[in-house]
Design a binder for this molecule. Sequence first.
Ligand SMILES: Nc1ncnc2c1ncn2[C@@H]1O[C@H](COP(=O)(O)OP(=O)(O)OP(=O)(O)O)[C@@H](O)[C@H]1O
Ligand SMILES: [Mg+2]
Length: 484
Amino acid sequence: MLLAVDGLSKRFGGLRAVNEVGFRLDRGEILGLIGPNGSGKSTLMSLVMGIHRPDAGTIRFDGADIAGWPPNRVAEAGISMVSQHSRPLLQQTVLQNVQLALLPNRLLNLRLAPGIAAAARAALERVGLGDVADRLPSELPFAGLRRLELAKSLARQPTLLLLDEPFAGLSAGEVREFSALIRTFRTPERAIILVDHNVKGVRALVDRVIAMSAGSKIADDLPDHVLADETVRAVYLGGGGEVVPRPAPARREEAILRADRVSVSYGKATALREVSLAVPRGGVAAVVGLNGAGKTSLFNAICGLVPAKGGISYRGASLAGREASRIARDGVVLCPEKRELFGDMSVAENLRLGGSHLRAGELRERMDFVETLFPRLAERRGQFARTLSGGEQQQLALGRALMMKPAVLLIDEPTLGLAPIILDVISEAIEALRDTGTISLLIAEQNLTFALRHADEIHLLENGEITWNGPADRFAAEAGARVL
Ligand SMILES: Nc1ncnc2c1ncn2[C@@H]1O[C@H](COP(=O)(O)OP(=O)(O)OP(=O)(O)O)[C@@H](O)[C@H]1O
Ligand SMILES: [Mg+2]
């Protein structure tokens, strides 16, 4: 037995984030940890890693009770965690980032430890970043940054590797690659715990699954048994899953927003080449494509956040030269992929900021609307945004964007980090919004199931160019092979 957790509990104020959880883990095992947003998965991992101190319980690792040890001591004992967020040091090369992760103390001079460079290089080779070791992290695509985080953990040669949402934001193909890569991390000595909302990805990789709900363990069994469990289905999986593409609309709505041969360059690099698309009034358009295809550049261009060539028009008028803040006030609102919440402000303050242009009555009404859509935000009104779980932060980002009363809402990766059951909630919300006829949506999605379910029109973006577009129900047959 490598890890034995018993009666582990952690409260935040009145909230029992982790409630008397116990489980076992053997060497060589890969364990999946699933559960709704805010059910305590990340907190449980943080307790094991020593980032939070437990209020009660024991964590026996390799013979010692490590509960309450500080993170550096836990790390020395052989546990390493890859967090939900990539935070590389931007001034340091990829290699230096790994080297620094290997130092017990960042103030030590790198030259004092000759073995470190070799260990760091080896870890980069393992994750497929050997060729870009001397580049800066900013030059890596999203999946490359995630690989860098894996290398930082792996370089320490942990006996227990904790992975928090390694698949988040990756395309289906990248998930398969990461899955294969993570499988190679397993050794007879090393165990892995994996948290992710990509149920397919988790199921393909793990030997056993633990499900949590509201801080408690509700199932602990073989993956197929846990995923078939009625309670797990009810609290986590919900009903969805099948790809049901939306049929083409009976008649074409006029466009409320139109991009006409929009190009974006950063220095010499072209991120977007002559992209044209339209968002139908009261409808949903989706841009799908791999990471780095240019989705975020397109959204930023539309919202006036990066300079672009070509034409962008909204309600028939050109947006050229209009300032970003003005574009937002006029009703074209971006919900950014990075969420950009104010971490040291409460949930309610973040929402109120979104609605700062509204009159008091309207503000209240809008708050009610958002809190009905996402009841969790109502429960967490007073909590600092930075302490929300990953999925709760995503709900807050969406909520704040909706507070701005958008006529056109651009959502960059709406489903990132959300539990399947919340996807159902968001799906219903999108259809409810569509029914009001007062909002039009442009979404950028990796999650094709979700995009196909809602979009009247799909645009496939590859290397900065639209390579296919058409109704959702033709996508699978005509373009699906390229991205599914
Ligand atoms: N420092 C804190 N202060 C107050 N509440 C907190 C704090 N940290 C976490 N929480 C709350 O504890 C609950 C559990 O959070 P946790 O991050 O463990 O969830 P999770 O299962 O990882 O969810 P997700 O799938 O969304 O990432 C959440 O409701 C969160 O808001
Ligand atoms: Mg989490």
